[in-house]
Ligand binder design. Sequence first.
Ligand code: ADP
Ligand code: MG
Length: 816
Amino acid sequence: MQNKKSAKPFQKGKNFKKYQNKSQSAAKPKDDEEIERIQAQIDSIDPSKVKHFSDFPLSWKTQKGIRESNYKVPTEIQRQSIGYALQGRDILGAAQTGSGKTLAFLIPVIENLFMKKWTRLDGIGAIIISPTRELAYQIFETLKKIGAHHDFSAGLIIGGKNLKFEKKRMDQCNIIICTPGRLLQHMDENPLFDASTMQVLVLDEADRCLDMGFEQTMNGIIENLPPERQTLLFSATQTKSVKDLARLSLDNAVYVAPTEQQTVTPDNLKQSYVVVNLEDKITMLWSFIKSHLKQKCIVFLSSCKQVKYIYEMFCKLRPGTSLLALYGTLHQDRRVAIYQEFCRKSNVVLFATDIASRGLDFPTVNWVIQLDCPEDVTQYIHRAGRTARHKARGESLLVLLPSEEEGMVAELKDSKINIDQIHIDPRKLFSPKGKMEGFLAQNKELKETAQRAFVSYIKSVFLMKNKKIFNVSKLNTDDYAKSLGLVVVPRVRFLERFKKRQAAAQKTNKDDGSSEESSSDEDEDDHEGTSKVSKKDDDVNFNLPHSDDSDNSEAEEELFKIKRRDHEIEVDGDSKIDDAAAKAELTAARKAKVLTKAAQAKRVLKKRIQANTKVEFNEDGTEVLDTRKQLQSDLARDYINQDEGGIDIETAKKVLREEDKFDKQRFKEIVKAKHKVQKKKSKSKKTDDVDEDDEADDFGSDADADDQQSIDLSWLPDPKKVYNVVNSDSDSSDDNEDQNADVSESESLVHRPPKRLYEKKKKSRNSTESDNIASASDDNDDDGEEEQPRKKKAKQIADKLSLNEAEIIAMQLLGK
Ligand code: ADP
Ligand code: MG
C-alpha cells in the first residue's frame, strides 16, 4: 500500500517484461495465435461444464497468474459470470460475502484488454471503482498477483495525499483502481487524464457506489466515460434499482446471482443476537473480549468518535490482547498500517466504523460483533461478512437495545437471515466502569473523547432513517454516559432543542382545531405538525452553527453535515423522509452556510480586528512606532521600501550583514556606557564604605552592616588542615587523626607549597618565635631570680650604647 499512488507494472523481478509498443506486440505471432484460439472458444463457454480455471479460455499469462496464486477451482459466482464477461456482456453480479467476486471481475478485465492487444501506450483500458480506500488497495493487490505475467500497468488512485504525483502518472495507467471522489477529482483537475479510451468499467460493492452517499460523484464520473463500454457490477447486496441501471445504461445486462434461492449470508456463518441495555454495552463488550483473548475479532461501532474512545480506553484497561482501531478520520498512513497489522495478527480486536464493513478480506476473523445496531439489513450483511469468508467458519454477534430488538429482528428474518437470540450469563460480566472513571478523572483529553463519543452515538441514532427501530427518545442517556465513565452527563443541545420543539408542536396541535387533533390521534408517529413548528425554529436556531454555545459546538456542527447514506432527504420527489422532524433539521443543515477560511477572514475584517500585528519595543520599554526608522543602512531602507512580494534571500542576507555592522557598533557603545556607569558606581561605593566604617567606629558595631561589608572567607580551607600543623595546645590524639584524615582528603582540593619550603618557613618561624619569647620574658619577668644576671648584662650593653643607638632599640621594642 506504500506504493498506492504509483502507476506501476504488475510484475517485478524476473518476470517483468520490458515495455513493448503496440507494433511490437502486434508483431508477436504467439500472442496473435493465442488470441485467435481464445476468440474461437469464447462464444461456446458453458458455465456448467467449467470445473477448473483451466477450463476457461484464458491467456496462458492469466492462467499462470491464477495458478501461482493457488486458485484452482472457481467459486460459483466466478464459474457463472466469467464466461459472460469474457463474451463482453454487462454483468450484474450478486453473491454472498467472501464468495470470490474480486476474481470474477478481475479475470475478465485482464483478458478483455489482452484480447484487444492493449499496450501501455494505449492509455486507460479499465477503471475499477471501490467505495473505500482499503478495498481498492486489496483489489490492487489481487490484480498484481493474477496479472503478474501481463505487461499492463495499474494505478491505485485513492486519495489521502499527493495528487500531483498521481497526476503525472495517470496517463500511463492501463487499469485504474480508485475511489469515486479521487477519480472525479482527476477527471476535473488533471489535464492528462483521458478516460475516452476506457473499455471496461467495474463497480465493486456496486450498490454502495451507486447509493446516495456517492450519487453526485458517480454521476460526474459516468458523464466522463465513453458510452460504448462493458460494465461489471458486483456486490453481495446488489442494486436492482432501475434508476441505477439506467444511469449506467445497463439495459442488456446479465443478472448473475447464484445465491438468490439460498441465504444471503454465508452458510459457514453462525449468527446470533443479544439484547442489552445501552448502559450495559461496554460491560458486555469488555467481558466478551476478556473471555475471547485468543480470537481475532472485529467490533463495529457507529461513529469514529466512539471507536476512538473505546479503543483508547480499552488500551488503558489492558485486556490482555492486541487492540487496533480503524476509522476514517485517521491519517491515511495509519489506516494502511492498521489494515496490514490486522491482516497479519491472529489474536487481536479491531474496533472499526463502517469503512471496514465492505469487501475487506481480513484472513481468519473468528468473530464480528456489531455493538451498535446497523442501520439496515444490508449493512448487517456486509459487517457480518467480514468473517466466514470463502470456506472459513465464523461467528457474528449483533447487540441490540430492547427498543431495537423487535424491528431489527423482524427485518433480518424477512431477508431470510438465520439469526438466534442468545443470553448472557450475568455472572460472567465484569464492569470496567470504576477503572474507566478513574482514568477519566486523571486524563482530561480522554474525558473529552468520552464526551464526544457520547454525543456522537446519540447523534447517530437520531440520524437513522428507520424510526421504527431507532428511537432517540428511548435512550437512557444518563446511564449511558455513566457507563462510559463520565461522572457528569454531557449536554446534548440538539436533542434538548429537538425535544422542546416536539413538546411545543404537540401543544400547538392540541390548541389548534379538532381536525388536526384527530389526524394526529390516528397516527402517533405523524410529525407533520412538529415539522411545521420546527421549520420556523430552524431558521432561528439551526442556521447558526456557530452560536455562542461553546460546549459540544463541534459535535453539533457535525450533526449538520450529512455524511451517511440513505437519509432519504430530497430530492427528485421519489424519495421519502420517514421522520418529518429529522427532515426539518437536515434541510436546515443544508441551508447552513459552510464557514470557509475566506468567510472567516471577512468576519475578522468586519470586526476590525488586526490579525497578526506586531508591536516592537526598544530597550527602554517604549513602543517603536516605525521599525523602519531603526534601520541604519541605506541598503536596508531601500530594500524595505520595495513593495515587491516575497523575499529575495540574497538581498535580505546582504541587508542583514549591513545592519549587523550598525548593530555591533551600537552594542559597543552601550557596553562602554555601561562600564562608565559601573565605574562611577564603584567609586561612590568606596566612599560610602569609608563613611560606613567611620560610622561603625563612631557608633558601635552594627552586626548587619558588618556582615554585608566584611569579606566572607569561610570558603577558604583551614590552613592548619592544609599544612598539616599539629596544634601543640591540642592534646587529643583522636583530633590529630581526624585532622590528618581531613588533610589527606583536602589534599586533592588545595594547592600545597613544596615540603622543603614549608620546613624552612617553619624553622624560621620557630626561631623568631623563640626570639620573641626571649625578649618578651625580658620585659615581663622582672622579679625572677634568674633574671638578675640578664638585667646586669643588659645594663652593661646599654651603657656602651650611644644615645642614638639606645633610642633606636627602645623604639623597636616599643613598636613590638
Ligand atoms: P467477495 O468479494 O465475494 O467478498 P473475495 O473476492 O474477497 O470475496 O474473496 C474472498 C476470499 O476467497 C479471498 O481470500 C480469496 O482469495 C478467496 N478466493 C476467491 N476465489 C477463490 C477460489 N476460486 N479458490 C480459492 N479461494 C478463492
Ligand atoms: Mg469483494
